[in-house]
Write a protein of this length. Structure first.
Length: 255
C-alpha cells in the first residue's frame, strides 16, 4: 500500500511539474520580460510549485520503518520541513502577503531556511555509521563566510543584508554539493540511495545556479531581464526532480 501511495504522489507531482513548466513558458510568451505581467499571470505556478514541495515532504514522512535508520529519517524529514518553510516564504508569502513592507524580506527569509536545509543535508551526507555524532568540519567554511560577510556588512562594505546572506548560502550549497558527490565512495548509504543523493544535489545546485541568474534583473526590460526570466523558468525544472531524488534516498531499496 505504501508503494501505491508513493507512486500516486509522484504521478501528481509529475503532472503538476509538466503543467506549471508549460504555463511558465506560455506566460513568458505572452508577457515577454515585463515583470508585473509575469507576476500577475503566475498565480497557478506559485501555488502548484508550493504544492509540489508539500507533496514530496509528505512522501518523506511516509518513510517510517523503511528508513535506512531512524536518525537518517529524522535528518531528512527536518530538512524537508525547512524546505517547505522556505518555499512557503518564496512562493506564498512573497507573492500574496503584505505583512512586510518589502517582498525581498521574504526572499531573504526563504534563503535563510535553505541554509538550514543544506546544513542538515551536510550532517546527513557526511555520516559513516548510524550513531555518529561528530560535527562535519566542512561546516566551518560556510560559517566562516557568514562571519566574514557580516563583519564586512558592519563596516558598511555592503549596504544591505542581501550580499552576506547570498554569499553564506552559496558557501553552504557548494559544501553540500561536494559532500553529496563523495557519498557513493563512502559506502554508508546503499548504492541506489547514494546515487540518488549525488544526483539530487547536482540538480539542486543547477536549480540555485538558475536562481542566481534570475536575480540578475535590470531596471528596464533589456536582454539582461530576458535572461533572468528564462533562467527563472528553469529553476523548478531542476528543483522538482532534486526534491524527488533526495526524498527517495531516504527509503531502503525494498521500499
Amino acid at each position: 500500500m505504501k508503494r501505491i501511495h508513493i507512486t500516486a504522489f509522484l504521478i501528481v507531482v509529475t503532472v503538476l511539474m509538466v503543467t506549471f513548466f508549460v504555463r511558465d513558458w506560455l506566460v513568458f510568451y505572452q508577457c515577454g520580460a515585463v515583470e508585473q505581467c509575469l507576476v500577475d499571470a503566475s498565480n497557478y505556478q506559485n501555488i502548484a510549485k508550493f504544492a509540489v514541495t508539500a507533496i514530496v515532504t509528505v512522501i518523506v514522512f511516509f518513510i517510517g520503518r523503511n528508513a535506512i535508520c531512524a536518525r537518517d529519517r529524522r535528518f531528512l524529514q527536518a530538512a524537508f520541513v525547512m524546505a517547505l518553510c522556505a518555499d512557503f516564504c518564496l512562493k506564498i508569502l512573497h507573492n500574496y502577503s503584505h505583512f512586510l513592507d518589502h517582498r525581498s524580506d521574504y526572499t531573504l527569509l526563504g534563503i535563510c531556511f535553505f541554509m538550514v536545509v543544506q546544513a542538515l543535508l551536510i550532517y546527513r551526507h557526511t555520516r559513516t555509521d548510524d550513531h555518529e555524532t561528530n560535527s562535519p568540519w566542512i561546516l566551518c567554511i560556510p560559517f566562516g563566510v557568514m562571519f566574514l560577510a557580516n563583519a564586512l556588512h558592519l563596516f558598511r562594505i555592503f549596504e544591505g543584508p542581501t550580499v552576506p546572506i547570498v554569499a553564506t548560502y552559496g558557501a553552504f550549497l557548494i559544501c553540500s554539493l561536494v559532500v553529496a558527490c563523495k557519498v557513493p565512495k563512502k559506502g554508508y548509504f546503499p548504492e541506489k540511495n547514494a546515487k540518488n543523493i549525488k544526483r539530487g544535489m547536482i540538480l539542486f545546485f543547477c536549480c540555485d545556479a538558475c536562481v542566481g541568474l534570475s536575480l540578475a534583473t535590470g531596471d528596464d526590460h533589456s536582454v539582461q531581464e530576458v535572461v533572468a526570466t528564462v533562467a527563472n523558468n528553469f529553476v523548478w525544472y531542476f528543483y522538482t526532480p532534486a526534491l524527488i531524488l533526495l526524498a527517495l534516498s531516504g527509503y531502503r531499496r525494498k521500499a
